[in-house]
Write a protein that binds this ligand. Sequence first.
Ligand code: TRP
Length: 339
Amino acid sequence: MRIVSGIQPTGNLHLGNYLGAIRNWVRMQDEFSAQGGQCLYFLADLHAISMPHVPTELGANTREMVAALVACGIDPERSILFNQTQVPAHAELQWLLSGTARMGWLNRMTQWKDKAGKNREGASVALFTYPVLQAADVLLYQATHVPVGEDQKQHLELARDIAQKFNNDFATEEAPVFTLPEPIIPPEAARIMSLRDGSAKMSKSDPSDMSRINLTDDADTLMSKVKKAKTDPEPLPAEAAGLSGRPEAANLVGIYAAMAGQSVAQVLAEFGGKGFGAFKPALGELLVESLAPINTRFLALREDRTALDTILRQGAERARAVAGPTLDRTYSALGLIRS
Ligand code: TRP
């Protein structure tokens, strides 16, 4: 089993990022590397240039994200952790696959349609071919499984279509060049909402810092953010159905459940009938207990540029070794002479 997944480097990491992709990656690493599987996790910094960006911020965000991933439990020994740019085979394979991907397939991608909006003529070519790079990301390593959010499922299907067509056109059934990867969509990725507005996603770009829980927040800040979180005057219901129409209450209960590894029903079995005066301190303590060790590691590693660059360099070296044979076979299947 080979697991491959990527994440775009963004700054200001918060609880939503942690409970979204990162925690799931850590779980898979712990589960699969014990069974002899291999996990490759990378920073999709090449994908980040498909939208307008600030070069100095991209570099800083890439290092910051590495620090966060390691602080959250990605072990650069057991997993291969790297950034795309340091493994040129990603960009090379993207070009090689561009001969196989069809305009019509890319035109149907919902992320392209959403991000380009009405201004397709002004969108970058990279935004359009983004899914081909994503296909290269996973096909390069013969990934068998790719953990992604629901929104990336279509891109994974495209990667399978590209792999299939390439194998049909340029390889034999006995010796296919690419493995068709399976998506792994986490069952109920907790949707973490703003602490100030239960109908808006927790976001790094919300102007109010009180709306989110950052991986850099210390214990006092965490406690005060939870205590000041928006709620309603009613006590918590005994059953999940009682949370409908109460987005703020539902969000806090959801965060508790996700952090404690419990179902919403289990949380309500304990706290149903109790008010927020009892629930908020319990939630605050749970957050402090689970995030404090991450916070300490993150703040220290973030400052250690040498350590971060070493992690990236070593990760890239290992990734290049895994990627090499597939890249060679792709060039040669296409009749391109390299030596
Ligand atoms: N496009 C993905 C996202 O925005 C990130 C990504 C890039 C990715 N390459 C990948 C995810 C390869 C899985 C596999 O979330």
